[in-house]
Design a protein around this ligand. Sequence first.
Ligand code: KIV
Ligand code: ZN
Length: 516
Amino acid sequence: MSKDRLIIFDTTLRDGEQSPGASMTKDEKVRIAKMLERLRVDVIEAGFAVASPGDFEAVKAVASVITESTVCSLARALDKDIEAAAAAIAPAPRRRIHTFIATSPIHMQHKLKMTPDQVIEQAVYAVKKARQYTDDVEFSAEDAGRSDLDFLARVFEAAIQAGATTCNFPDTVGYNLPFQIEETIRALLTKIPSADKAIFSVHCHNDLGLAVANSLAAVRAGCRQIECTINGLGERAGNTSLEEVVMAIKTRADIVDVETHIATQFIVPASRLVSSITGFPVQPNKAIVGANAFAHESGIHQDGVLKHRETYEIMRAEDVGWHANKMVMGKHSGRAAFKARLEELGIALASDDAVNDAFARFKDLADRKHEIFDEDIQALMNAQQAESTSMRFELLDLEVTSKMGVAPTAHLELRMDGEVIKTTAKGDGPVDAALRAIEAVARSGADLQLYSVNAITTGTDSQGEVTVRLERAGRIVNGLGADTDIVVASAKAYLHALNLIEKPLERQHPQQLEGI
Ligand code: KIV
Ligand code: ZN
């Protein structure tokens, strides 16, 4: 018997981007959108078009290149939001407007200052207005997870009557428990007379670590769309992780009634791409996409897996793109093979010059490192991207002397605003010395919020990928740097972050928009 199709609605480019510091440029959004299309995501929520001209352009750019997936823009239940969303998604062959209004007592009373009847009226108005531009309209009852059930049923019924084709239940603050969400959705579907005329959807936040479990519970109750993000990126603790929910459905096909059309072999490349663009590293023990997700450490497990893989493995690593992407390149690999690999990793380079530059970097790394893995190529491309952003600071040279029991000293040469400056600083360790030397010149006034180093492949010749998060006057940026020398990688990451923080804001962060 054929199973129901579960629609995978990816909101990495919208809700995912609402993670502090995860802002993406238009080009970065386009790169991720292309990868999502390869993954065969059904709906790509590309952004919040009204938030700023930059957001509008980013949604439009995604809508202009995506042909298979539906492209969606979020819109509050307001004329100007819906008009901006409609104009931004216009170039896409498949278009959706996603309009929302809050329905919980706390949001209606304190944020919207509207009565329940006014909220219904506004929701109906918004859905009807959105239907003037597309026949694919999603309505979300924000904070549904804390809303009154009878009221929710009234709002959704009214939205369906007004033309909503998808009704979304957001657990906006991640408050629900799996058994509760299952009961609520079941009850809701019986209370809504026209429930069979729309697809029901769920959008879970992960504040209690339950987003995936809640989404699966909602599917059991009848939802046929899950909203999710790559790596579970999103506001606060994030959203439902696409890779976890998709692989749970695939792996437990024996007891789950739905199936997705996701091309799971692109899950790991997608995860890497999002991680490298946003600067949010993936924790090693993260399910599916963490570096340890398929690594067996204990002798008993290794022995079992060698004798019969299924003793300790419930999924095949290659099914989510691990082994498929382990192709090794080396200093003898040619330009054509390199270019083909970039394409497979979802890295599109605009011009021949850009490919040549990337290839020169690859050759340089291959001289220092015997085998080059996908992670190395991804890191190289991030470095190229980082250096192509307009640069106030550029690293010219760095030498750090370090000896046991002696405070290390960094000798730094950098270019600032076109001028070459040399300086020296001591620190508690070599990285500290290097970053102090940079700060002695830059005097940025920024706060270091996060410093992390990841060995991006195995082996002691691995490149270290460093993420540096800086905050200044409420603005948060993530800088990235990679090198086989982690002190150099750290300096590159710090300078990247400084260059970003100096750049004029391309657009307002969507979180700064108000409710209606
Ligand atoms: O969490 C939320 O409520 C949302 C809605 C706008 C769908 O992101
Ligand atoms: Zn959300």
